[in-house]
Ligand binder design. Structure first.
Ligand code: PHE
Length: 338
């Protein structure tokens, strides 16, 4: 019987280490330790041993056999549980890595690119970036900029007015979509004390029909400097420094006399390309004393200059785009070229 026990242990341990699943280990357990199992069967036949001492000895070694086989079964069961859990985790794993194919990666809008580069250049020249709302009051957009009601210059801005309810005529609310970034001049002066050196890029609106050179929604960048003893020479020097920083060496600028109600004297500024051709860029001038006053700045103590020009135009010009509308239709064949 001792031999039977030894053989049963050997077989059981072999089956335990061969078991590849929890089902198999359960089977080994039942067939070895269970009532009808091999060791269980041997236990039942203990009663047949007549000699008490021998029965005790065989009983002890049977108990030891049960203990060692069940310990082996427990150990293998823990191993199999760990293996099955790892397999389940691996099976449920989701690969969330995005396929980053450099060829299909997008890029910022051309106007956003020009906008950010303009900001960078002006920040490099010592300006900070300011902003104002797109829905403006008539006062900020016109009145405070020396264009009171009935001023003929108002007619040049095809303004989109805002009416709040259906009974109200558009315009009665005193609100409009800003037609230029110049109202940010007023807001900045009212919110801070000179010296002021800011640029204000932003979206502006005019009641224009889209064509190759116009969009009803476009972008401008405004500049405002208010300090002591600021002169037209500072304005010209700033425009020139900007031209070289943004367009590169070989580009120069010029001012041409012009008229804006909010600057006096006023000028348009042009950029001269290396090939000698000229490009009209924007308007500028010395801030009108009435405008300084509207911004709470004493014109006896402070003077300043302002400028404003279109960002969309810069973007089309740099990339040789012939129709400004192309930048807004989101045709992938167009976008992918940049
Ligand atoms: N606001 C003017 C425009 O939209 C441009 C401008 C800005 C002119 C500042 C002079 C000074 O046309």
């Amino acid at each position: 019987m001792t031999n039977d026990i030894a053989a049963a242990i050997e077989t059981a341990l072999q089956r335990v280490s061969d078991a590849a699943s929890l089902d198999e280990i359960d089977a080994v357990s039942g067939e070895t330790l269970g009532k009808k199992g091999v060791l269980g069967g041997l236990k039942a036949s203990l009663a047949k041993i007549a000699d008490i001492e021998e029965r005790k000895a065989v009983g002890r070694s049977l108990n030891e056999a049960f203990a060692s086989v069940s310990a082996a079964i427990d150990e293998r069961r823990q191993e199999l549980i760990a293996i099955e859990r790892a397999a389940q985790v691996a099976g449920e794993r989701l690969d969330l890595t995005e396929a980053m194919d450099a060829a299909s990666r997008g890029h910022l809008h051309l106007v956003t690119q020009a906008w950010q580069e303009l900001e960078d250049v002006f920040v490099g020249l010592g300006f900070t970036v300011a902003e104002g709302p797109e829905v403006e009051t008539d006062w900020h957009n016109f009145e405070a900029l020396n264009m009171s009601e009935g001023h003929p210059a108002r007619g040049e801005f095809d303004t989109l007015f805002i009416g709040h309810d259906e009974h109200e005529d558009a315009g009665d609310s005193g609100l409009l979509l800003r037609t230029h970034t110049s109202p940010v001049q007023i807001r900045t002066m009212l919110a801070s004390e000179p010296p002021i050196y800011i640029v204000a890029p932003g979206r502006v609106f005019r009641r224009d029909t889209p064509d190759a050179t116009h969009m009803p929604v476009f972008h401008q960048i405004e500049g405002l400097v208010v300090d002591r003893d600021i002169s037209m020479a500072d304005l010209a020097g700033t425009i020139e420094a900007f031209t070289q920083a943004f367009f590169g060496k070989g580009f120069t600028s010029r001012l041409r006399p012009s008229y804006f109600p909010f600057t006096e004297p006023s000028a348009e500024f042009d950029i001269r390309r290396p090939d000698g051709s000229w490009l009209e860029l924007g308007g500028c001038g010395m801030v009108h004393p009435e405008v300084l006053r509207a911004g709470g700045v004493d014109p006896e103590e402070w003077s300043g200059f302002a400028f404003g020009f279109g960002i969309d135009r810069m973007a089309v010009m740099r990339h040789g785009i012939t129709d400004i509308r192309d930048m807004y239709v989101n045709d992938i064949r167009f976008i992918e070229q940049f």
